[in-house]
Design a protein around this ligand. Structure first.
Ligand code: AMP
Length: 524
């Protein structure tokens, strides 16, 4: 295991990357490698297998992506590298990151994931892919249809392996690994290293170098933290008391296990609370639906396991409740970091049984935070509650990035129309979020919906880039896109009403040509 010190802080130019890749990094604006990059890139370039114990946000995608891209031969049309991801959100995110790193290389990167038409993915594979970024199920499917052959896949990445395990994909991952050449190079990234992942590494990796990155600073200053001590059998009642007293705008309730999660959802529902659950036993479609409902403020309480909540990027959670105490201080920080975002305050409340007091003390020590005993809000000075969001989605882009007219277009939000969830929870939910959304989305006369994108020609984005993003990122056919208009500092696109929500979901917060983009439904 290696650890980086301040003294040997490296620069990208020290890592042995080619000028084309260095140029892309410069253009994206990365100044120096993150710790995982500084450690992993030289090892991977030297041909070693690497286990990276690192969470999202550490820069792990470039850590495996840059050496992988450097290793590829553009003249060879075979699939030379694969990246396996647990979810399609991650699949899309990784694909977009890799494409930005490959800006000056003649490398084709294709994303394949479930919930989207397989035929268009087959067509993309036929027209040539050096790298395939895939969810496990869809890759298996494409292999069995002979649309994807892995005999030349000499670089294999397993991204968020522990999440693949949690979702029950590990046997499929092993099957896929067996189809790759035995002399391949394998990189495995995982936030945690449960025994099955260790076993997988032992079986399928050759003398791997392990790089472990722990977040150095645990910043949880903006979050008020409290604990509730309660015997196990009284937890549900106490939770209900806490939730009622706190009256959160939105809260995530963390459980340790999938079963515990399902049980708590049932118990809370039985007591009349507005709650949904997110855990690895649910199908991708259901999880998509739950995430969307929560993001769009159509559900107040979300019960989740750590792993299932990882793909959830939400800004307006007022409360995190650790119904089960997390099993490490890092997990604690990761969990409670879901609240108190964007300069707002948030509250984190941790439930402990009497025999878990020692675990809580350890967390207090590691996090260096004061975690006091919970009191009812009326008994304490009220903390500043973030303003209630009126509409789904995130904050508009910083005002200085938009002209006045655009600010008006995105800032004046409609009140959320409470709509029944209908199909969003449905097992068939590959298209989660369509259909039930139309009530509060302004449509143009022909049923298209106008979306606002906070980047324009100034960011080097042109119409073709946006059409590409709609095609590749949001998996739209050209005929679902009725108009793309690029202005200097922002753009508008019009897409079919039934895919508008999905387009926002897939593209908002991603990167296009090195710039983070925000996509919102524009007010008509
Ligand atoms: P990841 O952990 O790969 O999901 O990356 C998290 C975020 O960090 C992404 O938005 C990356 O674009 C960004 N990032 C990755 N590497 C660097 C770097 N060396 N310097 C600054 N930002 C980075």
């Amino acid at each position: 295991m290696t650890e980086q010190t301040e003294q040997d802080e490296k620069l990208f130019k020290d890592l042995g990357l080619t000028p084309e890749i260095q140029q892309a990094i410069d253009e994206i604006g990365f100044e120096k490698p993150s710790p995982i990059q500084a450690e992993a890139i030289p090892e991977l370039l030297a041909g070693h297998d690497v286990i990276g114990q690192a969470q999202t946000g550490t820069g792990k995608t470039a850590a495996f992506g840059l050496p992988m891209l450097q290793y590829l031969d553009p003249a060879n049309d075979e699939v030379q590298a694969i990246v396996l991801t647990p979810t399609r959100e991650l699949c899309i995110q990784v694909t977009q990151a890799l494409r930005s790193y490959a800006e000056h290389l003649d490398i084709e990167i294709v994303a394949v994931f479930g919930g989207a038409p397989i035929r268009s993915q087959q067509a993309q594979l036929r027209s040539g892919a050096h790298v395939v970024v895939a969810t496990v199920g869809r890759m298996k499917d494409l292999i069995s249809r002979r649309s994807l052959v892995l005999t030349a896949a000499r670089f294999v990445v397993l991204d968020e392996a522990d999440e693949m395990l949690d979702l029950g994909f590990i046997e499929d991952v092993e099957r896929i690994l067996r189809m790759c050449p035995s002399g391949r190079q394998t990189a495995l990234f995982s936030a945690t290293m449960p025994p099955p992942i260790k076993r997988l590494a032992d079986t399928f990796m050759y003398d791997p170098v392990t790089i472990s990155i722990t977040p150095k600073t645990l910043t949880v200053d903006a979050i008020e933290q409290a604990y509730v001590e309660v015997p196990g059998r009284a937890k549900v009642d106490k939770l209900i008391e806490v939730v009622k007293a706190e009256d959160p705008e939105q809260a995530i309730l963390f459980c340790r296990t999938k079963l515990g999660c399902a049980r708590l959802e049932r118990d809370l529902k039985n007591r009349g609370l507005d709650v949904k659950a997110l855990h690895g036993d649910l199908s991708q479609g259901v999880r998509d639906g739950v995430m969307l409902a929560f993001k769009n403020h159509r559900c107040k309480l979300l019960v989740a396991t750590d792993i299932a909540a990882r793909g959830l990027d939400v800004d307006h959670v007022t409360h995190v409740i650790n119904y089960d105490i997390p099993n490490s201080s890092e997990t604690y920080v990761h969990r409670i970091g879901r609240t108190g975002r964007a300069g707002r305050t948030g509250r984190a409340i941790t439930f402990v049984t009497p025999d878990q007091r020692r675990d809580l003390d350890q967390i207090k020590k590691d996090v260096k935070a004061s975690i006091s005993e919970w009191e009812k809000p009326e008994d304490r000075i009220e903390h500043a509650r973030p303003p209630r969001r009126k509409r789904r989605g995130e904050e508009p882009a910083p005002l200085d990035e938009q002209p006045a007219v655009a600010v008006e277009e995105v800032e004046e939000f409609d009140e959320v129309v409470e709509v029944p969830l209908n199909n969003v929870d449905d097992e068939t939910g590959g298209d989660a979020g369509t259909g039930d959304e139309s009530a509060d989305i302004p449509e143009t006369a022909d049923g298209a919906v106008k979306l606002f994108v906070n980047r324009g020609s100034r960011s080097g984005i042109d119409e073709e880039d946006l059409r590409w993003a709609l095609r590749e990122g949001a998996v739209l056919n050209d005929d679902q896109v009725s108009d793309v208009r690029v202005l200097e500092r922002f753009s508008f696109v019009e897409v079919d009403g039934d895919v508008a929500e999905r387009t926002v979901e897939f593209l908002d917060g991603t990167r296009l040509k090195g710039s983070g983009i925000r996509v919102e439904i524009a007010r008509s």
